[in-house]
Design a protein around this ligand. Structure first.
Ligand code: KIV
Ligand code: NA
Length: 267
């Protein structure tokens, strides 16, 4: 798959086949997801999911580049998109180009994602014109947690709702190939989806977006705290706990390793 083919999924406002996107942070995870997805996102949500950080604010370019390289090595079908971390792109379009080109060179990923609407439109156009496709991200933008004051859904007031739609339009006009709409009340997610020519990808938004994304560890039941918009398709954490408890028991009982798992001189 390629970025232009993802962009072309939406034709004259209609997306017949919704875009399937999940996060991936490791090579093995990418291998398991790749055949089923259109896009693998190396999300800066790795802050909480992998590193036990409180927010995505401390994430660095090096962290993103390393995980993105692992994901690229584990995938051959999906388009790999890398999040630009907080502080690596907001100061100027030139700073954004430096950071984005570093990420793509280090990892082999196909595109970057950055948070923000109108304020980032010029940057999106600048990168796009210089060979770096950009995915936008509007609504609840976690890197702005210190301004927003938390992770509550957006778009409940008229001014917030208008801003989300105009942000999405600005990114679309600037040439974003797709836009994540996160944590937005459904009617506004639908309005924004109708207002833009590129595909929208919802998370806590609406089934009428042109695609969906979830944090893989959340939908698998790996992570301990998940927002209401996450559907937990599995409870992998309890499988791991049960399995590890069995291993611990067997080690303590000296029943592991057994004959099958030990080498003898005459085997
Ligand atoms: O970092 C991330 O995982 C994301 C998705 C939730 C869209 O930005
Ligand atoms: Na992110």
């Amino acid at each position: 798959l390629t970025v232009p083919r993802i962009r072309a999924r939406k034709k004259d406002g209609v997306t017949e086949e919704p875009i399937v996107m999940l996060t991936a942070y490791t090579a093995r995870q990418a291998q398991l997801l790749d055949a089923h997805c259109d896009i693998l996102l190396v999300g800066d949500s790795l802050a909480q999911v992998i590193y036990g950080l409180e927010s995505t604010v401390p994430v660095t370019l090096e962290m993103m580049a390393n995980h993105a390289a692992a994901v690229v090595r584990g995938s051959y079908h999906s388009v790999v998109v890398v999040d630009m971390p907080f502080g690596s792109y907001e100061a100027s379009k030139e700073q954004a180009f430096e950071s984005a080109s570093f990420l793509l060179k280090q990892s082999g990923a196909a595109a970057v994602k950055l948070e923000g609407g109108e304020a980032m439109a010029e940057t999106v156009a600048f990168l796009n014109q210089r060979g770096i496709p950009v995915m936008g991200h509007v609504g609840l933008t976690p890197q702005a947690v210190n301004v927003l004051g938390g992770y509550a859904a957006r778009g409940r007031s008229d001014s917030e709702a208008e801003k989300i739609v105009s942000d999405a339009k600005a990114l679309d006009d600037a040439g974003a190939f797709a836009i994540v709409i996160e944590g937005v009340v459904e009617p506004i997610a639908i309005e924004a989806t109708k207002a833009v020519s590129c595909p929208t990808i919802g998370i806590g938004a609406s089934a009428q977006c042109d695609g969906q994304v979830l944090v893989t560890d959340d939908m698998l039941g790996m992570f301990d705290r998940v927002p209401r918009f996450v559907k937990q398709y599995e409870d992998i954490a309890s499988i791991i706990e049960k399995t590890v408890a069995t291993y611990a028991e067997e080690v303590r009982a000296r029943s592991f390793p057994s004959e099958e798992q030990t080498y003898q001189p005459k085997d």
